[in-house]
Design a protein around this ligand. Sequence first.
Ligand code: ADP
Length: 363
Amino acid sequence: MDMITLGENNQQSSQQQSSQQSTTDQLKKIRSALRALRDAVILLNDDDGLEWWNQAAEDLLLLQSSHHGKSIFDFIDVPEFRQYYESKVTPNDGVHLVSWQDSNRYLKCELTPFGDEKLLIIYDVTRLQHLEQMRRDFVANVSHELRTPLTVLMGYLENFSDQPDMPPQWQRGFELMTQQTARMNRVVNDLLLLSRIEIEETHELHYIDMTKLLTHVYDDAQAYNQEYEHSIHLQIDTYDGLYGSEMYLNSALSNLVINAIKYTPKEGNIVISWTKTSAGCQFSVTDDGLGIAPQHVARLTERFYRVDSGRSRETGGTGLGLAIVKHVLYQYDTVLQIESSEGQGSTFSAVFPAVHICCASID
Ligand code: ADP
């Protein structure tokens, strides 16, 4: 009996040994795979000290074995990185930095906390950044180049359309040409505006009197509202203003209000509001119009995305309005929130964080 138990024990321990061996082999493989990765991988302890790193991290941050335990901030001493690292809600998209060793190189840092430790991965995104820059330049150049020919076309079309002896069979053709060139002009202007907003990363900050700006947006909305006959209310609950670029903010907020008018059947109700919240100040536009089916909501801020392209064109839309809104809101570190229910209406809102808020009395 004892002999059998001994045999079983031997068998168990040799099974344990071989499973330990296979775990060790797997760990070795994972380590060598991480070492071979072209992206820099760094394991950080709960004191933000370096625990482990791969070859790419060694090359990028010039690490040596004596740097074990040293703070990551000794090697990445960039305010944007510290801000990202210390923020409670780390953005999913990581933080983009210009390399501190070579200003032509772009990096993206992504932090993944697990337990008390953190995994930091640094990607070289130089190629992507250059492609993105090429895309921006291309769109800006094409839009710019189209501007002059369009202005000439529109000018002549206007002159010809005014001719009293215009043959009736040409009239419809001229009408359509005038409409379509005007539409193309709106698309080109919106593309140029979008390019300017994207390029102007650091723009001059001014105090924006939100009461004045929203009253202006409201007056423009009333003028646009004549054929829709909606009842539009402006509700301003705080005198707090913002620091930013007034022209872009005006475009963004007007786009949201004009959309509420356009996508609400006649005689609807629209409420524009500016209120104080615990996180800052909130702008919102609520309508009781067409609403949007849930599958479209996430894609609305993409360029040229429309739920119903026929309706958008009919109402003079370019399909770029919400993309403009999204980019303007980026400048205030906020995002567009959309709540909508098909057939019942929508609320488009954004909370401007306290750092961008400015009280009227300061300026
Ligand atoms: P457009 O020029 O087509 O209005 P936008 O980018 O401003 O372009 O809006 C994108 C799409 O979002 C619109 O085509 C429309 O389908 C939808 N949309 C925007 N605002 C509203 C709203 N208040 N109610 C319903 N649909 C809306």
